[in-house]
Design a protein around this ligand. Structure first.
Ligand code: SF4
Length: 336
């Protein structure tokens, strides 16, 4: 099925819902999420654990683990023909989505072992990924794999191509995973906490590598992280998520200079800032993220919100409203 998508958009997520039926009730992991990614753009998704960041990414690839399922909404991907396909309507095991995974959209994870099988060498797996989408021989695919391993900074790629993932250091495995994700030249890279497990120097190197390859390959990036520092340095736009909903959406400069949503403000107050001396006091966000089985009524952030309006915030669910400068915020303070 083809459908229309914004002229400058590569991906448009519209009113996406993902649910997990459990013995204790239905968990709404993603509850009406909307955002878009333009060509060459880097969009960051930030939020505490349980905010639905990763499930949103998995839904974009139709790889939500069972018994979870996309229960509503659309995920429109612009194809090279210019038409858009609704990924959410595709059979998760069908031919159409398999042609998109790895080719149009690749994903890298925090833990590279998630991507690699222990049964085969990394070279074998990268060659498989190439040959799945390109009609070329083993020898040529192996040369492409070695070249990509070199480009992601793996020394002696002619030897390392025959290594198993468990034989590589953490940093090398991360680079090999990036090589496998990028070797097919995807138009969208989803990077889910790609540097969280790494030391600071390696974090910076990996992010620089992703930026460099993005410039070179002209791809868009969806960067999922809980680290606002990584967002500030790498993203054009930011989506702030909480309990499966988008709380705020803004250009990165607007978001950091003038956060609107009380949750975004709380997140920013909870991280250290360079250039601020001892007078800058870190403030942990009050309370805990509520259990998904016990979702607050009204605004999901109301039990923790310093700007809580009794009788309104605890009863009425705020809509995501446009507030100018391409920004949107879900809070009654902006829809009074
Ligand atoms: Fe706070 Fe109310 Fe806004 Fe929710 S809607 S963030 S509780 S002020």
């Amino acid at each position: 099925m083809t459908t229309s998508i914004g002229s400058d958009c590569l991906l448009e997520v519209q009113d996406l819902h993902v649910e997990f039926p459990t013995r204790d009730g239905v968990v709404k992991a993603v509850d009406g999420v909307d955002f878009s990614i333009k060509h060459n753009q880097t969009v960051g998704v930030v939020g505490e654990s349980g905010s639905g960041k990763t499930v949103t990414a998995l839904a974009i690839l139709q790889v939500v683990s069972q018994p979870g399922k996309i229960s509503g909404g659309r995920v429109l991907l612009r194809q090279e023909s210019g038409n858009a396909v609704d990924i959410a309507s595709l059979n998760p095991r069908g031919k159409a989505i398999r042609a998109i995974r790895g080719k149009d959209i690749s994903m890298i994870f925090q833990e590279p072992m998630t991507s690699f099988s222990m049964m085969h060498t990394i070279g074998f797996q990268i060659v498989e990924a190439i040959r799945l989408h390109q009609n070329i021989g083993n020898h040529e695919a192996r040369s492409i794999a070695i070249d990509m391993l070199r480009r992601v900074g793996i020394a002696r790629p002619e030897e390392r191509v025959d290594a198993y993932a468990f034989e590589l250091s953490g940093g090398m495995r991360q680079r090999a995973m990036i090589a496998m994700a990028l070797v097919t030249h995807p138009r969208l890279l989803i990077a889910d906490e790609p540097t969280t497990a790494l030391d600071v120097t390696l974090q910076a190197q990996i992010m620089e590598l992703i930026r460099e390859l993005q410039r070179e390959l002209g791809m868009s990036v969806l960067l999922i992280t809980h680290d606002l520092g990584v967002i500030a340095e790498n993203c054009d736009e930011v989506i702030v998520m909480y309990l499966g909903e988008v709380m705020e959406r803004a250009g990165v400069q607007h978001l950091f200079a003038d956060p609107l949503h009380p949750y975004t403000r709380a997140l920013l107050r909870s991280i250290p800032r360079l250039g601020h001396g001892k007078e800058w006091e870190l403030e942990p966000i009050e309370g805990m993220v509520p259990s998904p089985y016990n979702r607050p009524t009204g605004c999901p952030f109301h039990p923790r919100c310093p700007a809580f309006i009794p009788g309104k915030c605890d009863t009425l669910r705020p809509e995501l409203v446009e507030v100018g400068d391409g920004r949107a915020v879900r809070c009654h303070l902006y829809s009074l």
